[in-house]
Design a protein around this ligand. Sequence first.
Ligand code: DCP
Ligand code: MG
Length: 619
Amino acid sequence: MSSPEDRIIALIDMDCFFCQVESRDHPELKGQPLVVSQNNVVLAVSYEARALGVTRFIRSEEAKEKCPTVNIVNSPISHGKSDNTKYRMAGQEVIQVLKQHCPTIERASIDEAYLDITKLVDDRLETTLSSSEDLRTSLSNTFVVGYCGPSNDEIQRSQGLQRWLEEVFDDISDDQARRLAIAAVIVEELRREILQKCSFTCSAGISYNKVLAKLACGLHKPNKQTILSSAEVSELFTAVPVNKVRNLGGKIGKTLMENLNCNVMSDLMRFTLQDLLKVFDEKTADWLFNIARGVDNEPVTPRLICKSIAASKNFFGKAAITDLEGLKEWVGELAGDLVERLEQDFEDNNRRATTLTVCYHHLVEKKNVSQSKSCPMGPYNKERIAGIAFDIISRNMQMPIVFISLGTSKFVSVQKSGNFVSYFKKGVHSAKPMENLEIRKEGSQEEAREISKISREGNEEKSVEDRGSLIKLQEIFPDLNDIDHSVLALLPMELQDEAKLYIKNKESPKVNNAKSKMSSGGVRNGGNTIKNFVVKNSSAVEKSSMIRCSECDQMIQGDKFSEHCDFHVAQNLQKSINRSLGREVLGDSLKRNREKSSSPKSNKKTRSIDSYFSKFKNN
Ligand code: DCP
Ligand code: MG
């Protein structure tokens, strides 16, 4: 990976993206004033409509009032709400083009991606000798901050660019600026290819880090690109409002503006690190101190998929939810949409979300008040997710609900093992997610006998039913020597116990002893919890760098980190099951496990979604 001082980063952002997708599908709309509207609210505005005064987030009727010739396209609907699949797929097409040229791409939103093009630039510099005149011709859509002025005027652009290139090439010591010029040539090529292959225009920012690249990108749009060199940052910052900078749009930006009287970025320079530490935590203070000086060390993290998946809907005006029936209907729809997308994501990306966040807005005295609550994700099950959301929101129904979002995040990689996917896709685990495993009898009788034999050899006292668990286990993990712990953690306790026993029996006593010693420090090997199971397995290797786990604050070996995360998934999942499902809906094995616990909390009966709904039905 390139070092922070040498990096060249580009941010590519599609122009009026939803409008471009719609006008590609309906060519008669190309070049016309156009808006794409969802639930009657304008989300995307073509540049032709912008020129006629139409802005985002107004109602469709208002757009029509401002510009009678505007074309209004309503985005597709699914599950009773807007469906962005078409736009997401179009964004993916663009990523496919970029992937052909640059390996370090971070997809930042539906229509934006950061690219670390340091290596492409350095390779190009080694192989190609370009004069300032060659570059001027290649950079026909490029602006340079500090040289071209703030407007999109073509004469100012071309004169400013020429002046900058001459300075860059005259001053042979300005190696960084030369690299930016080459980077801009590469980005012009990438943008041209996106246009050829996908028929979309986009804009770009080219600089030394993500924050500056993003800032530069917004300066000249559409179908333009902007270079921001470090020499120009301090001047630019005198005019950039704090809340327009990446990461400062929310609470931190608000604190800076309201408490520290920082309105533009250059105001931040007034504060020493010590000053900032009095108001912010160490990490934030450090970041703010650096960004005031144009420094941001965050690398482009190769990620072509989103960090979170959410299903959300606004309920404007009369559509606001005021009763439990309406709430039940909509959390069901949203959960259905969410699960469909999560299952597709699992197929495509081999990962599972571990956190579910239920967010909703109330209308209180005509103002939106936001509430949100996060919990472990558990199985991808529509009824269960709807139940959790219903449980959270229904406690607070005094005021109309105007927005609901069911979001999932903190994805962990999982290997698709055995029948895991079909297990979770069958939807047979709705009321009893951990117990209703419907086993497909695919394995031969011979295999089953062999597994039973291993089980008997390991533990003569096991019952016939228990041996059945091992057969079930092998249905999910055909190779029992390669069990994916994150998948295992989602299975009934009975199967988890079986897996532990199987592994224990396969290991020689000598290995067991050695591992017991290694995993000392309070955790004994061969115990009953998933924690022991994971700790035992993660103690064998000692290599690679250490990573701090945000969940428990421990330092974990890099190559064991994903396994360690699985442990938290398992632990959180366990808590979530205990919380959200009443004992009556849990199978015997889970009950047994709980009864062992002496915690008063574990004996408390919790209400299931079914009980909420039946109570509601009876009213
Ligand atoms: N979008 C959305 N909800 C929002 C903001 C945007 O659904 N609150 C959609 C519509 C946009 C797309 O995401 O077309 C990309 O968002 P951008 O902010 O990049 O806006 P545009 O691409 O439309 O315009 P620009 O040319 O300014 O980037
Ligand atoms: Mg955009």
